[in-house]
Write a protein that binds this ligand. Sequence first.
Ligand code: RRO
Length: 312
Amino acid sequence: MPMSSTKTQIAGVSLDSYVFNASGPNDVTLEQLKVIAASGSAAITTKTATLEPRDGNEEPRYVEVPLGSINSMGLPNLGYAAYIQIASQLKELTKKPIIASLVGMKPEDIPVLMAAFMESDVDLIELNLSCPNLKGKPQIAYDFEMTDQILKDVTKNMKKPLGLKLPPYFDPVHWDQAAAIIGKYPVSFLSCINSVGNTLLVDGETERPLIRPKGGFGGLGGDYIKPVALANVRAFSERLGQKMDIIGVGGIKSGMDAFEFLICGASAVQIGTQFMKEGADCFSRIDRELAEILEKKGYESIADAKGKLQML
Ligand code: RRO
């Protein structure tokens, strides 16, 4: 009997499997992106690009602990023009879909970046409305008025599918409000969730935080955040799942983790902390484990199992 298929689609773009890299880890330079291209990752997501190149925050700014990671990278990236060039170089190496992540350091930058990427070789655009680590700047998607205005501006001239990287929300009222705004615009996918922002990991032995920037406050990833990510995927899938794809991200380490996101409504999953820990072998391993679970449970395809969470 043939193995169950994990082929999927995001915004009509076909992916050979269900698992690919999250924006952030190991995806800043062409060399790093080539490693992802050569791996089992179903797509290539780039580090969030800004108008100008950035060095990011002071180090240490990424630390792993047994249950996950904390980061305050501060958006180190090569600047958007480099990623447009890198996208065309990657297209010569691979047929994999390329997902460009981008954001502005000020709202006026965003339409400039969007216009440039609309003319580029990337397949999908993921607008990052949820970076938690910019000193003195709030996460955009926690400001619903600003989110509405940005979406109004950027969706005027769309030539490629647009997705949004959302922060975690923790209250049904916020899911309702965010979904009501997002649902007004031609948004094709949501990536839920970014790291849980402004958390604090402390070493009791040394009596210090684990990372240096912002007094140790940073974005939490890994096992700690999987229940938050599942809830956000489920909540947005219930509200917007008929109109757009939901991508799950947060604490996925195994095929069973990916399966849990699938039954909560995710069309695909992205891997962040586990990619940092395990390297690029994680993508094919997790996808293979997912295929085995689907096979064992009698699901033939991703569509067959998607959103099938049952109630008690
Ligand atoms: O670069 C970062 O500090 C960073 C970004 Br842009 C983001 O979206 N999420 C995160 O955890 N770190």
